[in-house]
Design a protein around this ligand. Sequence first.
Ligand code: FHN
Length: 588
Amino acid sequence: MVKKIIALFICIVLYGATVSAQVTTALPEQNPKTKWFQEARFGMFIHWGLFAGHAGTYKGKKYYGISEWLQHRAKIPAKEYEQFAANFNPVDFDAEQWVSFAKASGIKYIVITAKHHEGFAMFKSMVSAFNIVDATPYKKDPMKALATACKKAGIKLGFYYSQFQDWHEPNGGGNNWDFDETKKDYPVYYAAKAIPQIKELLTNYGDLGLIWFDTPGDMTPEQSAEFLKKVKGWQPNCLVSSRVGNGLGDYTDFGDGEVPAGVVKGPWEAIFTHNDSWGYSSFDNNFKTPKEIIRLLTTIASKGGNLLLNIGPMANGKIPDASQKYFLATGEWLNKNGESIYGTTSSLIKPQPWGVTTNKPGKLFIHIFQSPLNGKISVPLKGITIRKVYWLSNKKQVAAAMTATGLELRLPAALPDLRDAVVAVEYSGTMTENYDTPETWSMQYSEFSLLPDFATVKGNATISPVTYSHYFGDWKHAVCIKNLQLPTDEVSFNIQVKEKGDYKITLEYAAGKDSEGEEGILEIGGQQFPFQVLKTGEHDEWKPLTWIRQTITILSVTKPGSYTLKMMPAKAGKELFNLKRIIAEPVE
Ligand code: FHN
């Protein structure tokens, strides 16, 4: 029974996705209705509700993790929670200010929680008095003000609506501390509250860009289809997120905090929060820096998707200072480099030691995250004629030449931006997909990563994400190579070693007690290097996962050229580990 409840709980909180190929296709690639969405690339998620008032603390106890789940975690009775509305008074909320902040941050669409799992409507509702206009001293509808401000600023607006979980309603999903699960009649809640409130959102706030459903839980395929149909009936152009459930929706949402492996075709979104919590938490200060945001946005764009990045405003309507500062810094970068993000398509070449690429017809954008010691970077390209090569931020020319292996750039000692310096290449001809290039190693970088995304696997070996969390519900995902159990289960990478020298080879992995002591073999250049697996800890989605870096050998390469690195178990046994990456560090 306990197991069953835990399993249901996991299904409710966690909504993940599994991808295991270099190029996969999500939902239909060509849909004129998703054009704006695919061009937007950067959206702002806003989690705002009564939970913001508690900021993660209840009766003196701090609840680390996602603060909008406070009611669930502290098992606060719905009747008591209802009273919190009397203290919710966002007097500092200014819709115009929020929207101009979003615009200055380079945001193209906003998605805000109109109703989260707590069941409280942040809009005027005739369906339930548990809403911001009728139940709080504020008495105004912030969603109305936001809709007006977004329209004026040309920003698309989307509403998040928790269609299955509603902890305020006896027949809503999720609240099993007030209401008996066995007596719940979900269709009654759908018909009496969820669908009528969604109608209010779709008929009272002008044209919406999208409806962001979440945690479909126990919904049947018919129920998900009904929600989708209703939305389209009220607004045919309004997009619906895949979390409407049962494989439906106009675009794919990956798991919270998940970047899928490789390129994904079709419209999709990666969902991250600026710190670890979605709702405001007064003690969560783990904010992503501008460099981390810019690289995340660029990496996601290079894989063909959007970044929906969340902020958690305070109960008074103020946006946390760190979010204001770091979103605006991202906006400044986008102001100069936005052409390499908005309206681009996914990379045609795989990530390189220096960074990633994005594309537009006749234009290639080279995002440089790190420069090699000799300042020469090589971009594996063929079949195109180069017209112009320049820094996107200042239009100054970059020295470049076509060679037999591709385009070679000569970078100055100081890059224009250490977070992501973008080189624009204008060309004629057609660039073709070129993922089959080997990984390159040379003495010019401090380290190289062989990532699962581009591994070749054989036998039972698979490439899939491993999910874990630090506190509560702050999901992390690592794409890993798994299921290496038999000597025939193999993972391999093709490597082009550009310069002779010594390379220290290290595995980064997590392994449980079953794997402890298992033996593996790493093979390269005709040499075999055995190793024994060390225990780092059991994998539990609700706990942190410990990763170890274990050096296997220092490889002396006397001749530059092509090599294959392979790894497999030495003999049949338990699976070796969850392998996150193989690191090669040139030895100076
Ligand atoms: O349970 C929610 C959570 O509170 C938050 O809203 C996230 C955002 O993607 N969605 C659910 C968990 O996946």
